[in-house]
Design a binder for this molecule. Structure first.
Ligand code: TIU
Length: 220
C-alpha cells in the first residue's frame, strides 16, 4: 500500500493514516420528494453512483480501514438552522417542512437516512452536520485526531457543494485529500467536471483525484 495512481500525481498512502469519508449519501439528495428535488433538481443522477460508492466502502472495510459517513441534517426544533439557509431560494418544500419522506432534512426522518445499500455498520462513525462542510459545528476533527487519520478519500454528494466544501476545510486543516471520481456526483455534470479540475489544478491545490479501481487496487 504505497501509492494510489492519481491526478495530478501519485497519492502517497501513509500506513494507518487513511480513511474513507462518504458525504451525505442520503435519500433526501437521491430520491424524488426529498431536499434535492425540492430545490428543483433532477435527482436521478445521484443513484447511479451507488454501486461505485458501495465498492469503495467494501474495499475500505475489507482492508480494515475506517469508513466515516456524514449526513446533512438539522434538529427537529430547527435551532441549528440559520434562517438564511431555510429561506434561501424558492424551494417547493423548505427544510423542516413535511414531505413524502417525512420532514425535509431533519435528523431521524426517513428521508434524511443514508441510502440502505450504503448504510453504516456497527463501529463506523456517522457525523451529523448542519452545514455543507463536515467540520463546521461537528466533532469530525476530534474523531480524526483521536484515530490518527491524516489522509481522506472522499466519496458522496454533491461534488461541488458538500464534498468540495469539506475537502477544502480538510485541506486547510492539513489533511491530504483524494476525491474518488466515479463515487461522487452532482446534479450538474459540468459542475462535477469543474470541481474535479479545480481540486487537482495548480499541483493539487485542494487535493488529488483518482478512479475507484485504482484506489481499490492500492488498498487491497
Ligand atoms: N444542493 C446541493 O447540491 N447540495 C446540498 O445541498 N448538500 C450536499 O451537497 N450534501
Amino acid at each position: 500500500m504505497a501509492e494510489i495512481k492519481a491526478e495530478p500525481f501519485a497519492f502517497p498512502v501513509k500506513h494507518g493514516q487513511l480513511a474513507l469519508i462518504v458525504i451525505d449519501m442520503q435519500r433526501d439528495f437521491a430520491e424524488p420528494g426529498g431536499f434535492g428535488a425540492s430545490l428543483g433538481n433532477d435527482v436521478s443522477r445521484i443513484g447511479r453512483i451507488v454501486p461505485d460508492v458501495k465498492r469503495l466502502i467494501q474495499g475500505f472495510r475489507r482492508a480494515g480501514l475506517p469508513v466515516i459517513h456524514t449526513m446533512e441534517c438539522h434538529r427537529p426544533d430547527l435551532s441549528d438552522l440559520p434562517p438564511a439557509k431555510r429561506d434561501r431560494g424558492n424551494p417547493i418544500l423548505k427544510i423542516g417542512d413535511e414531505g413524502p419522506m417525512g420532514r425535509i432534512l431533519i435528523a431521524g426522518e426517513p428521508g434524511t437516512a443514508i441510502l440502505p445499500e450504503l448504510a453504516p455498520i456497527d463501529g463506523e462513525v456517522v457525523i451529523e452536520k448542519p452545514g455543507k462542510g463536515a467540520f463546521y459545528a461537528t466533532v469530525l476533527e476530534e474523531v480524526l485526531q483521536r484515530n490518527g487519520i491524516r489522509q481522506l478519500v472522499f466519496a458522496g454528494v454533491t461534488t461541488e457543494v458538500c464534498v468540495q466544501t469539506t475537502m477544502r476545510e480538510a485541506n486547510d486543516r492539513g489533511y491530504e485529500c483524494l476525491l474518488a471520481e466515479e463515487a461522487t456526483e452532482s446534479y450538474f455534470p459540468e459542475f462535477k467536471a469543474a470541481a474535479i479540475a479545480m481540486i487537482r489544478a495548480q499541483g493539487a491545490i485542494v487535493g488529488w483525484t483518482a478512479h475507484v479501481d485504482d484506489i481499490l487496487e492500492s488498498i487491497a
